[in-house]
Design a protein around this ligand. Structure first.
Ligand SMILES: [Zn+2]
Length: 109
């Protein structure tokens, strides 16, 4: 099963609790969903996300929806951000959602 299908199932059944967000390596979003699950707003957002995930390919999903993690935390082909070696104008600080390590990365990667 692709990561996209897994995320769709999680969002369908546990979307109101933000479980799919934890799966996508976006724990901060997940916590927000958990805090507001009683309003049913996260449930509605999760259903919209399901529709959105359904429209994209697995490849596009991995690229655009999965949060990137550092090399150490990547298991099972998760997207890895690459540390920049040359200074450029498009630098951002990326925090690994799993280990909270901060690394300067290129905006495009
Ligand atoms: Zn990490």
């Amino acid at each position: 099963m692709s990561r996209r299908s897994k995320a769709i199932l999680l969002a369908l059944f546990f979307g109101g609790f933000g479980i799919h967000k934890f799966y996508l390596n976006k724990p901060l979003h997940g916590i927000l969903y958990l805090l507001f699950f009683w309003t049913y707003i996260p449930t509605i957002i999760a259903l919209v996300e399901v529709l959105y995930y359904l429209t994209m390919s697995d490849k596009k999903f991995d690229k655009n929806i999965m949060a990137k993690v550092c090399k150490k935390c990547a298991k099972g082909g998760e997207k890895v951000y690459t540390k920049i070696t040359r200074r450029s104008l498009s630098l951002i600080v990326h925090t690994c959602p799993k280990c909270s390590k901060r690394v300067m990365v290129n905006r495009k990667t």
